[in-house]
Design a protein around this ligand. Structure first.
Ligand code: GTP
Length: 318
């Protein structure tokens, strides 16, 4: 960053500078005449967290790019002629919270801290303009933070969903089922689980190809969800094995649900990529949670029931 000259009002008309909008030029001309204009090469760093800053910078020519520290590639703002940066760190006497670089070869008016305070003292309009600049900065930051929080929430949600079936994945099961079961036990409510496995699924892949197999899994996931209550939860437990969690439900009712799902899958017609239409069956194991039991114990009992159902296939066992 090189000093190239002293600032004069010919460099930048005051009405173009957000900080000096509506300000009488005569009241600030002397103070601004004591300030330098510096040049900054494209890409050159102006402000960074960890580096002290004692100046407010106003873009005279070119532009500045503002980044948050944690996401350097994410541009928070591009500042053009008349816009300023550095005001927060100057006023608070703290290091900058963002990285600021020259977007292109630029020229900046440099207002040192003491001159800024004297301008604020001298001109009510400068003080109001500065507050307005800071409010819009705050609003923009709030918007960015809300967007980041929403992105995080969506990413977290997506990381718990199986992409092929749209059902929850094992990660969700590991993180959430124990808590759900504990809550259900504490409330003294019942909870049942169904473990289901598509019969002879390997043949689907062998005969119709893996992509057709994928499509079948996707359609079965969608069909199961459509037949469950909004409070029920379905998890892709393994390749073609799906776990259904039925809160507030005992074994008798869960057996009925399983039977309904079994018939639903049997009635479905799948179309292979070749166009061939075929049908499938699935087997179901049902278990009701016994108080004090861990998730693993409950799932083990459902798995054992499924194992029994698999001996005959296309049936429901408990
Ligand atoms: N297309 C596809 N196939 C999968 C996926 N995950 C697992 N599989 C296949 O699912 C098949 C499961 O086969 P097996 O465990 O032998 O069982 P099965 O053929 O269904 O026979 P039974 O369960 O005994 O009725 C294997 O061929 C796996 O490759 C997947 O995401 N997509």
């Amino acid at each position: 960053m090189d000093v190239i000259r002293r600032f004069s009002l010919d460099d930048l008309p005051l009405e173009m500078v957000a900080l000096f909008e509506g300000v009488d030029a005569a009241s600030v001309e002397d103070s601004l005449g004591e300030c330098d204009v510096v040049s900054l090469a494209a890409g050159e760093l102006l402000l960074a967290p960890g580096q002290e800053n004692a100046h407010l910078y106003v873009v005279v020519k070119g532009g500045l790019r503002v980044h948050l520290k944690l996401s350097r590639n994410k541009v928070l703002a591009i500042l053009g002629p008349g816009e300023c940066v550095g005001e927060m760190s100057v006023l608070e006497n703290l290091e900058p919270s963002a990285l600021v670089r020259a977007e292109q070869d630029s020229e900046l008016l440099v207002i040192p801290r003491d001159i800024l305070w004297s301008l604020i003292g001298k001109s009510h309009d400068v003080a109001i303009n500065l507050l307005t600049v800071m409010c819009s900065r705050l609003r923009r930051t709030n918007h960015t933070v809300s967007r980041e929080i929403e992105n995080c929430r969506q990413f977290k949600q997506a990381s718990r969903i199986d992409a092929l079936t749209g059902l929850y994945n094992r990660r969700w099961l590991r993180e959430s089922f124990e808590r759900l079961l504990e809550r259900q036990n504490r409330a003294g409510g019942k909870l049942a689980v169904l473990m289901t496995d598509v019969d002879h699924f390997k043949q689907v892949n062998d005969v119709h190809g893996h992509l057709s197999g994928d499509r079948v899994l996707n359609e079965i996931g969608t069909a199961l969800l459509a037949r469950l209550r909004p409070s029920d939860l379905a998890v892709r437990y393994g390749g073609e094995e799906i776990l259904v969690i039925l809160p507030d439900m005992g074994k008798t009712e869960a057996l009925e649900v399983a039977e309904r799902l079994r018939l639903g899958i049997k009635d479905m017609r799948f179309t292979a990529l070749s166009g061939e239409v075929f049908s499938l069956t699935a087997s179901f194991g049902v278990a009701e949670s016994a108080g004090g039991e861990t998730c693993d114990q409950l799932l083990h009992r459902a798995d054992a029931a499924l194992y029994r159902a698999k001996r005959r296939r296309d049936c429901v066992c408990d």
